[in-house]
Design a protein around this ligand. Sequence first.
Ligand SMILES: CC(C)(COP(=O)(O)OP(=O)(O)OC[C@H]1O[C@@H](n2cnc3c(N)ncnc32)[C@H](O)[C@@H]1OP(=O)(O)O)[C@@H](O)C(=O)NCCC(=O)NCCS
Length: 307
Amino acid sequence: MPDIKRLNLITYLGRYLSIFPASVSLAQEVCRGEGKILLGAEMDGVPCGLLIADSQQDEKLLLEYIRINEDSLRMGIATALINACVELAPGRNLECHVTLVDEADLGLMRFLEKLGFEHVDSSDTVVIDRNGTTVRQWEDFMAAKGSGLIRRLEKKGLRVVSMAEAGKTVMSSLEKNLDGRFPDDMNPFFASHDILVDYSFIVLKGSEPLAYSIVVSDDGGKTAIVQFLATASDYVGSGVFFMCLASSISAFARGEQCSKVAYTVFEKNMEMRKIQEKYLAFKGQQFWRQFLFRKSGQFLAGAKLCG
Ligand SMILES: CC(C)(COP(=O)(O)OP(=O)(O)OC[C@H]1O[C@@H](n2cnc3c(N)ncnc32)[C@H](O)[C@@H]1OP(=O)(O)O)[C@@H](O)C(=O)NCCC(=O)NCCS
């Protein structure tokens, strides 16, 4: 059986990173430190497996990376790593988001199923390049239809402001209105990365916020990620989301800063699926399918955690 060790940063960088080249951005996050759990598996003192999990969210532990050396597969090493990880977070759910890029991911999915993870949702991450074709497609759509839709909403007294120009009153009104009116998991004050304030918009009626699109970037502004697109519960189905979404996409089409825009749609989110088909089907866009697996927290016997 392998030794499963909790790694410190020095050991991870010195002995594991070259064998398991986790993605550059993940490695950078690990170096920043907070909340990462690093577990290494060793056979006779030689690293043969690595697991990285994020423990920052209270109710869950997010399994971000797991990989076993080619010559150590099917020996129960990944199972031992997962068991040790669950042991570190009793009572919490363990989640893993698998992005389907190649055949190896199918193996990972079979493995998670074998360990009792449940496949709870799927999503598509769509990435659109900013180029002559996509910009023209958006401008044509806005000229033919989009601008008219916005004018109709403006006649109903709605207006849209970017976060850059929103000011204190609008932002505190947004903060006050969040509870109960907007989905809990779309709180703009908990955006995961730097908010691009010129690309993020709030729809207002008077000073009351009705919808928002929050755009962030985790690569210094090269890629604009639409992280939250939310409508107040009493305005769902009224089309107000379109004002902020269209403003964000227009800012992207106009601006020079971001060369790509990305957003994620969950399979079960039928409303967003319709929006996607109707307004966001760009030529040449790329899709990454992601599968969300979850395992309810429980103590699993059998793993030995040393170091
Ligand atoms: C998936 C992976 C972690 C499994 O590691 P492992 O140490 O070989 O797994 P285990 O030996 O603990 O397997 C436990 C069970 O899971 C299932 N399983 C594991 N790998 C599987 C595969 N490739 N196909 C189908 N089932 C698989 C089997 O039922 C296995 O039990 P068995 O060997 O008795 O049949 C490993 O193949 C891997 O590192 N894959 C690459 C993952 C990757 O791309 N990670 C980076 C992004 S997160």
